[in-house]
Design a protein around this ligand. Structure first.
Ligand SMILES: *[C@@H]1O[C@H](CO)[C@@H](O)[C@H](O)[C@H]1NC(C)=O
Ligand SMILES: *[C@@H]1O[C@H](CO)[C@@H](O)[C@H](O)[C@H]1NC(C)=O
Ligand SMILES: *[C@@H]1O[C@H](CO)[C@@H](O)[C@H](O)[C@H]1NC(C)=O
Ligand SMILES: *[C@@H]1O[C@H](CO)[C@@H](O)[C@H](O)[C@H]1NC(C)=O
Ligand SMILES: *[C@@H]1O[C@H](CO)[C@@H](O)[C@H](O)[C@H]1NC(C)=O
Ligand SMILES: *[C@@H]1O[C@H](CO)[C@@H](O)[C@H](O)[C@H]1NC(C)=O
Length: 573
């Protein structure tokens, strides 16, 4: 059923192309007469079954995630009218397990001078006495970006359905003297409380090409004063969107509240770069005396730095889950399809499966893992006995619904002789992955998984490793190759890649991949490197999708463990 409707969808597209009703607007193809086509429920092979999304229309940044009276809240940037960005409000859903979600009416929408042209991203802070509040960016009548406060109308309502805006809004605004760029001043963080009893919050900004985290302080959360110095800034990074600043424990994966400051703590500053649509983070020290953040020696403090995710993942935000003492990361996963396709299907944007996040034992990077609650959706486990994945082999993992699955595989490498020598000029892992995709034979690797594979392997998304011989150690490369993900030429099929800090001689080389109709979310090395891709197969849809392990290197590799599960659909909105 779904497959035939997809084919009629492509038939419709080719008909349109042949009748030349395609216009080009702002580098996007716009199928003018499709703009009013209402999506039909059956024509939806790409809607996800367990990733968060609204029933229709546009979604981008996750906003103000929090837990209150045992209920998780997720707000998100939402256009109530269309599958493209615009008319942005804060939509709102709640959950008791972060997997199944109940929708509510929009929590924050334009209603004051201070936000009449839009209610953009922001964060929640839980004030003493268990009182949540929200700081968000409003667009005022002069198109200036300003920061506003909203508080719950009724704290006895565990769903916090209604929010009241401060009559004092805006609380932070560009003025003729404070040097803030009114078009580059947005996305306030969760605030933290200093030992001096004052709250601090940072807001993303830029001056010329320098990215800024502007610092504000307040005693009462209403009157905010801009600090002389930013918390941090970095040259050649452009506008910092959605900054996030939080402590991590140096000796435990347990998360801590945003205001915690102590001896066994480091701090993380993450920013989303408007210019490149990548995020990066540094690990460093929060200097309380100076109220500044200093990244650790050797941290790369620009677009070449560490990322939460080396694929599609943007505008992310963490919160402290006080019920389970963990820090949880939410991130927006954009589409890779054309705008016309988004309009045709009637929606755009999903959220990644929430991830627990903590500091790696090395202290040099973070580790992320899908929250344990997602495992409640697992069923019909398939377990493969350990086996050798011979050179050139493609091994089917049968018995799972391959378009809606969770798979964990561990590789064991005994022979390293054929590992190719790492060229010192190969500094950009994404470029290596693009040049050496799954179909380029190597020494040790490529080996990994083929997700969304069609029976004849005309389509597949390959998530794989290659191991190179570096100067004094083996270097592991992790790639997500979308080049053959779909016969439809109209999608962004960029290949992603990153290095993985695993020593393949002494550690197992593992990969976990969450597959959900149009998303492939992969965690290498137990969550040390994550890569998320959006794909739109035309053959490998629903029952047409298969899952394989493959080895296209010239050396056998062992599979020491392979577990795969079909995933139940979650109840989402
Ligand atoms: C949506 O935004 C556009 C452009 O800002 C505006 O013209 C239109 O009236 C808005 N639509 C609604 C229903 O508010
Ligand atoms: C506040 O919420 C509680 C729980 O939903 C409800 O019983 C009460 O009537 C609400 N109060 C007001 C003033 O709406
Ligand atoms: C202020 O921000 C706008 C929007 O990004 C930009 O065009 C302008 O150059 C910025 N001005 C300065 C001084 O950075
Ligand atoms: C990023 O930082 C690194 C190391 O600090 C530096 O070598 C590199 O040139 C920087 N990149 C850009 C684009 O500024
Ligand atoms: C969203 O995806 C499109 C198409 O791949 C890309 O051009 C755009 O930069 C992406 N935006 C973000 C915020 O990731
Ligand atoms: C393996 O490599 C061969 C030769 O380059 C290629 O034809 C084949 O498509 C590759 N297999 C996969 C799964 O990419």
């Amino acid at each position: 059923m779904a497959i035939s409707s997809v084919w009629s969808f492509f038939f419709l597209f080719s008909l349109l192309l042949s009748h030349g009703v395609v216009e080009i607007e702002a580098s996007h193809l716009v199928y003018t007469n499709l703009l009013s086509v209402q999506p039909t429920s059956e024509n939806q092979p790409y809607r996800t079954s367990y990733h968060f999304q609204p029933p229709k229309n546009w979604m981008n940044d996750p906003n103000g995630p929090m837990i209150y009276k045992g209920i998780y809240h997720l707000f998100y940037q939402y256009n109530p009218y269309a599958a493209v960005w615009g008319n942005i409000t804060w939509a709102h859903s709640t959950s008791t397990d972060l997997i199944n979600w109940t929708p509510h009416d929009p929590a924050i929408y334009p209603s004051q001078q201070a936000d009449i042209k839009g209610c953009w991203s922001g964060s929640a802070t839980i004030l003493p006495g268990d009182k949540p509040v929200i700081l968000y960016t409003g667009i005022d009548p002069q198109n200036q970006q300003v920061q506003n406060l909203a508080v719950p109308k009724n704290l006895s309502d565990p769903f916090l359905r209604e929010w009241v805006k401060s009559p004092k809004n805006p609380l932070m605004a560009p003025t003729p003297t404070n040097q803030i760029n009114a078009s580059s001043f947005r996305d306030p963080t969760t605030a933290w409380l200093g030992p001096d009893g004052r709250w601090r919050v940072i807001v993303g900004s830029k001056r010329h090409r320098r990215g800024f985290a502007i610092l504000y302080r307040s005693k009462d959360f209403v009157r905010w004063t801009k600090a002389q110095h930013p918390l941090h800034s970095s040259k050649n990074t452009g506008m910092w969107e959605c900054p996030d600043f939080f402590p991590v424990s140096t000796n435990s994966p347990i998360g801590v509240d945003t205001s915690v400051i102590g001896p066994s703590m480091k701090h993380v500053l993450k920013v989303s770069l408007d210019d490149t649509k990548h995020e990066y983070y540094t690990i460093g020290t929060y200097n309380l005396d100076k109220d500044t953040y200093i990244p650790d020696e050797g941290s790369v403090d620009n677009d070449s730095g560490l990322r939460y995710d080396y694929g599609k993942f943007y505008a992310s935000k963490t919160f402290f889950d006080s019920a389970k003492d963990r820090r949880i990361l939410w991130g927006w996963i954009n589409e890779s399809s054309s705008v016309a396709h988004d309009v045709q299907k009637g929606w755009s944007g999903i959220q990644a499966i929430p991830r627990a996040l903590w500091l790696d034992k090395s202290g040099k990077q973070l580790v992320q893992w899908p929250i344990v609650e997602v495992e409640q959706l697992r069923m019909n486990q398939v377990n493969l006995p350990s086996t050798v994945l011979k050179v050139g082999s493609v091994l089917e993992v049968s018995g799972v619904t391959a378009a809606q699955a969770d798979v964990e595989i561990s590789f064991e490498i005994k022979e390293f002789e054929k590992a190719e020598v790492m060229d010192p000029s190969w500094s950009n892992p994404q470029v290596i992955c693009s040049q050496k995709g799954a179909s380029v034979k190597g020494g040790l690797g490529p080996f990994g998984l083929l997700a969304f594979a069609s029976k004849d392997l005309q389509e597949y998304t390959a998530v794989f490793f290659r191991i190179f011989k570096g100067q004094d150690k083996y270097v592991v490369l992790m790639c997500s190759d979308q080049s053959r993900s779909s016969l439809d030429p109209d999608n962004d099929k960029t290949t992603y890649g990153a290095f993985l800090a695993v020593d393949p001689i002494h550690e197992k080389l593992s990969l976990r991949t969450l597959i959900d109709h149009s998303v492939v979310e992969s965690f290498g090395g137990e969550g040390k490197t994550c890569i998320t891709a959006r794909v739109y197969p035309t053959l490998a849809i629903d029952e047409g999708a298969r899952l394989y392990a493959f080895n296209n290197g010239t050396e056998n590799v062992g599979i020491s463990r392979l577990n795969a599960w079909s995933m139940k659909a979650a109840h989402i909105n």
